[in-house]
Design a binder for this molecule. Structure first.
Ligand SMILES: [Zn+2]
Length: 314
């Protein structure tokens, strides 16, 4: 379980008694990224055992309160915990000014370096990458500039066949060479052929986060073949209270249509209107279009597996 998502909040703008405001933690091989930070996020993190201090980068999809009002509380807590590690925040403007004013008003000089990276309206492309993970952004359709994010594995390596190599007593450096697709020469000059002791790499896994958005297929190229696709599903079809909300939010059916067109392995729906006590009607509507749909549940982990990408654990 080296790639998983933890849902911290699954409600839309006004929270439901059982559902917090939008925030997800993306965990990949020991790195932890926060995506959106609605009010109460740090409390949800404590409740659900998120390694608070290990968050290194925060991605804010847009500046509606239910997606970022939890930020100042979290930043302040880090300061009170004497955090030293740098923190990076990716967001539309003017978040830096908003946070700066809040810190100034409370005479707070943070104990750690805080770096802001501005998102431009309509921006797409790579925001950050490591040797084995790339984080990209893409624009969504909403009433203010809004971006989605996708976390994609990169440089996925070949898999060692343990039964074949265990009797070979190979030096440590041989493993890296063979996994990267190269043959390896032992000191005595004999050759270990990569294709004899390794298998093809797994397909790269990816997690796509489609925050608040009306229905649009424009971002499909960015989320194609996602292992898990999260897409907001605020309402059932026909339930939006007005045209404006209908235009800037999606129904369960629309979320499922995107998952189907994107050839996603699994769909998580969330950002549920507080009017829904039971999620089963939303789930039913989505599953009529895309069967492998699961609801976002606060505190639940969703594991990105190589095999089926449909496994979830509580
Ligand atoms: Zn919004």
């Amino acid at each position: 379980m080296d790639f998983f998502i933890t849902i911290l909040g699954s409600s839309s703008a006004t929270f439901h008694k059982n559902r917090g405001l939008t925030s997800h933690v993306v965990s990949y091989k020991g790195d932890h990224f926060l995506v959106d930070c609605g009010e109460g996020t740090q409390i949800q993190m404590q409740r659900f055992g998120t390694p608070l201090q290990k968050i290194s980068r925060i991605f804010i999809s847009h500046l509606h309160g239910d997606h970022f009002y939890g930020l100042i509380g979290l930043l302040s807590t880090y300061h009170l915990f004497h955090r030293k590690a740098p923190l990076h925040i990716y967001s539309h403007r003017p978040l830096q000014e908003i946070i700066g004013l809040q810190l100034k008003a409370s005479s707070t000089e943070l104990s750690y370096p805080l770096y802001f990276h501005d998102l431009e309206e309509g921006q797409s492309g790579v925001l950050y990458e490591t040797e084995d993970l790339r984080i990209e952004t893409f624009p969504l359709i909403h009433s203010v500039p809004t971006n989605g994010f996708v976390f994609k594995e990169r440089n996925v390596q070949r898999r060692l066949v343990k039964d074949k190599i265990k009797s070979m007593n190979l030096p440590y450096e041989a493993y890296d060479e063979l996994k990267s697709g190269k043959d390896f020469y032992l000191d005595d000059g004999s050759l270990i052929r990569c294709d004899e002791v390794t298998l093809k790499p797994f397909l790269p896994r990816s997690y796509a986060f489609c925050s608040d958005t009306g229905y649009t297929e424009d971002f499909l190229p960015f989320v194609k073949d996602s292992t898990i696709l999260y897409h907001e599903a605020t309402f059932l079809t026909g339930d939006a209270p007005n045209k404006r909300l209908e235009k800037y939010h999606a129904t369960a059916k629309e979320a499922a249509t995107i998952a189907s067109k994107a050839n996603a392995g699994q769909l998580i729906i969330g950002h549920f209107s507080a009017r829904y006590n039971m999620l089963s009607p939303l789930l039913e509507e989505a599953r009529s279009v895309f069967s492998n749909t699961t609801p976002a549940i606060d505190g639940k982990r969703y594991v990105l597996t190589h095999e089926s990408s449909s496994e979830t654990v509580s």
